[in-house]
Design a protein around this ligand. Structure first.
Ligand SMILES: Cc1cc2nc3c(=O)[nH]c(=O)nc-3n(C[C@H](O)[C@H](O)[C@H](O)COP(=O)(O)O)c2cc1C
Length: 258
């Protein structure tokens, strides 16, 4: 005859079960952490390459990514910051820390990001002769429901768009989520951020771009039924192409390339 259930037995079994489960969960978290980090890095690199149209069939992401130069830029001066280790620098983390970021005044903060990191990580693609081909910039800004994080790739003129892609957002699928639609993203290559005086001039329209009207090269169609997300994309492109974003850096690039 087995002994009857007692309160102390129930507690003992429950405690042991909790202990075993917590050991399993924490061991899994520790063991899987490096794999998670590796996958996050792979995902980020895939997004960088996709925005720049550099993905190639038959070649691994690591192989193609190794051809890019990763640089840290001082956003205020627009110069490369050689004293910061790009392997360790995390721009998103830096943007939250008052010691490594600056609070943006309401009239400047058109992308609704509140704080901007002092330094940004950019990626450069050069041809075999060492000539700059593509500049890939991290961008982010608020849409309707969420902050959209992505990359914008430009040609060596620091003006003409090569491509754009968002890798994180929580806009509504079918509405604001159409920022991920390949058909919409295909409208971006060839568009220009700056006018002939190098003033930021890019706009996401409400509605469609009329290709016969002057200025069409600075405009992109808005997303149907998602004016607020479209406005968010418009705001974030204007912020990051402006004086408080990558404006000073792109000015330096233009001076070097011309
Ligand atoms: C459930 C729900 C989700 C929505 N999600 C989005 C969204 O992700 N992005 C967006 O711009 N508008 C979204 N909208 C629509 C906005 O409220 C707004 O009506 C729309 O941006 C206006 O765009 P339109 O002028 O092109 O119609 C959503 C509406 C509803 C009811």
């Amino acid at each position: 005859m087995s002994s009857p259930d007692t309160v102390s037995k129930t507690f003992t079994v429950a405690t042991l079960l909790c202990l075993v489960c917590s050991i399993v969960v924490s061991t899994a978290a520790v063991v899987l952490k490096p794999i998670q980090k590796e996958n996050q890095l792979l995902d980020r690199n895939t997004n960088i390459l996709s925005a720049a149209g550099l993905m190639q069939e038959g070649k691994s992401v690591e192989e193609i990514f190794a051809q890019l130069e990763t640089k840290i830029v001082d956003l205020d001066s627009g110069e490369f910051a050689e004293n910061i280790d790009q392997e360790l620098y995390d721009q998103r983390k830096a943007a939250k820390d008052p010691n490594t970021s600056q609070r943006l005044a309401a009239d400047i903060d058109i992308a609704s990001i509140k704080r901007r990191a002092d330094y940004a990580t950019v990626y450069l693609k050069r041809d075999p002769q060492g000539n700059l081909q593509t500049i890939i910039l991290p961008i982010h800004g608020y849409g309707l429901w969420s902050t959209l994080y992505g990359f914008l790739a430009l040609e060596a003129d620091a003006n003409t768009v090569v491509g754009l892609g968002f890798y994180e957002h929580a806009e509504t699928p079918g509405l604001g989520g159409e920022v991920d639609n390949p058909k919409w993203k295909a409208l971006w290559p060839g568009k220009r951020l700056y006018d002939e005086n190098f003033e930021p001039n890019f706009r996401v329209l409400k509605g469609r771009v009329d290709p016969n009207k002057p200025g069409a090269e600075y405009q992109i169609d808005g997303l149907a039924g998602a004016t607020l997300t479209s406005r968010g994309v418009d705001n974030l492109i204007r912020f990051w192409s402006g004086d408080h974003g990558f404006g000073p850096f792109l000015k330096q690039i233009r001076a070097q390339e011309s």
